[in-house]
Every structure is written in C-alpha cells, then in structure tokens.
Unconditional design. Structure first.
Length: 73
C-alpha cells in the first residue's frame, strides 16, 4: 500500500500505540527492510545491492567493539 493511501486510511483513526522492532528481535524483517531500502535508493538513482549476513558476520560484528577496547583503540 502506498504511504499516501495508508495515511488517508489512518487519518480519522486514533493511534493506540507504536511498536518498533528495528533489530529483528520480534520479527525477522530483513527481507522487507532490505526491499524498502533498495526501492528508496533506486528512486534516488543510487545503485545498491545487498547480501544477507550470516551468523558468523553477526558474531564478528559483536566482537569488534570488545576487541578494539582490549587493544586500547
């Protein structure tokens, strides 16, 4: 649904709450988020491609700040 149609639909409705799950704790939204980012960048004329990270990638990313701290960086 286009954002304008969604906004028109919600115009006279009261907001009960907002739930953000940016890091995928509640829902694995990687594909939906990626598709939205790719569409946005495409409209801006910025070529972009994505590769889904693996569990190993996440493990290395979590360890990076700790390793930097231990090295005194």
């Amino acid at each position: 649904m286009p954002l304008s149609a969604l906004m028109a639909h919600l115009k006279n409705k009261s907001l009960q709450g907002v739930l953000f799950d940016w890091d995928g704790t509640l829902v694995d939204s990687y594909e939906a988020d990626s598709a939205a980012y790719l569409a946005m960048f495409h409209e801006m004329g910025i070529p972009l491609g994505l590769v889904r990270p693996t569990n190993d990638d996440f493990g290395r990313a979590r360890a990076m700040p700790l390793l930097a701290f231990r090295r005194g960086l």
